[in-house]
Design a protein. Structure first.
Length: 250
C-alpha cells in the first residue's frame, strides 16, 4: 500500500540515489580531467630522469624521482576512482577467455622484482603441480588483482621480509595466495578490509597515501569470475590474501 509514510520513504530513496549519481558523475568528471595532465607530467619526469633532456646531477635525479613517484600515486588513485565508478555502474566490461594463471602470475611477479629488490624483500612463486588446468578469466582484470595484492604485500612488508605467491588446485577450482611477513591487519579491522575506502590503522601509519579501493576492486573482479576472495592475518606477523577461480564446467 502506498501510504503517506511509504511515499515519503520512496521519495527519500529516490533523492538519495540521485545524490549518489551526482556524486559519482562529479568524481568521474574530475578524475578524467586530472588523468590527462598527470600523464603528461609523468612522461616529462621520465624524459628528464632518463637524461633525454640533458645531463642532470645525482641530487637532481633523486628530487625528480620523488616527484615522479608522487605523480604515480595520484595516477593510481585516479585509476582506482574510475574503476570503482565502472564497477558500480556495471560498465566494467569483461573479456573472458581460456588462460593459464601460472603464466599471468609469473609475468606479474617478474614486474615487481625490481621494486622488491630495492626493499631487500624476497619474492617467490610456487606452483603446487605441473599441468595446472586452464580457467576462464579476463587476462587484464586478473592481472590487475594479482598486481594489487603483490604491490600491497611489498609495500607493507619491512626490509628483509618475504612475499610468497602460490598457485594450487583446490577441488573444482584453483586457489591463488599472496602471503607476506609484513605488518599484518589488526583483528578489529579484518572484517572491514574489503570495504570501499577503508584502510587499517597500522597501514595508514606505514604508508600515508592510498585510496583504500584496491582490494575492494579486486574482490569485485574475483566475484565476477565466480570465485571468492578472503584474508587471513595476524598483526605484526603477516597477511595472506587468497582467491579462487572455478574450473570451467563441461
Amino acid at each position: 500500500l502506498l501510504t503517506t509514510e511509504n511515499l515519503r520513504l520512496l521519495n527519500e530513496s529516490k533523492g538519495f540515489k540521485k545524490l549518489e549519481k551526482v556524486k559519482s558523475d562529479f568524481i568521474t568528471t574530475v578524475a578524467h580531467q586530472l588523468r590527462t595532465p598527470l600523464t603528461r607530467v609523468k612522461w616529462s619526469f621520465q624524459s628528464v630522469i632518463s637524461g633525454d633532456a640533458g645531463k642532470i646531477s645525482k641530487e637532481q635525479k633523486e628530487n625528480l624521482q620523488t616527484g615522479y613517484e608522487a605523480n604515480e600515486t595520484m595516477v593510481r588513485l585516479i585509476n582506482d576512482l574510475l574503476n570503482i565508478d565502472k564497477l558500480e555502474d556495471s560498465y566494467f566490461g569483461y573479456n573472458f577467455e581460456s588462460v593459464f594463471l601460472e603464466k599471468i602470475i609469473s609475468k606479474t611477479v617478474q614486474n615487481f622484482l625490481f621494486m622488491a629488490k630495492k626493499k631487500k624483500i624476497r619474492v617467490e612463486f610456487y606452483v603446487s603441480q605441473e599441468g595446472m588446468p586452464e580457467v576462464m578469466a579476463d587476462l587484464n582484470k586478473i592481472g590487475m588483482v594479482i598486481s594489487n595484492l603483490i604491490d600491497n604485500a611489498i609495500n607493507y612488508t619491512p626490509e628483509g621480509g618475504k612475499v610468497d605467491v602460490s598457485l594450487e588446485k583446490l577441488g573444482d577450482c584453483v586457489m591463488v595466495k599472496v602471503k607476506d611477513t609484513g605488518i599484518g591487519i589488526p583483528q578489529e579491522d579484518q572484517s572491514k578490509i574489503f570495504t570501499r575506502f577503508f584502510r587499517a590503522k597500522n597501514a595508514v601509519r606505514v604508508k600515508t597515501e592510498g585510496s583504500g579501493l584496491g582490494v575492494y576492486i579486486a574482490k569485485n573482479i574475483i566475484e565476477a569470475h565466480g570465485g571468492k576472495m578472503g584474508v587471513e592475518s595476524e598483526e605484526g606477523k603477516g597477511t595472506t590474501f587468497y582467491f579462487t577461480i572455478p574450473f570451467p564446467k563441461e
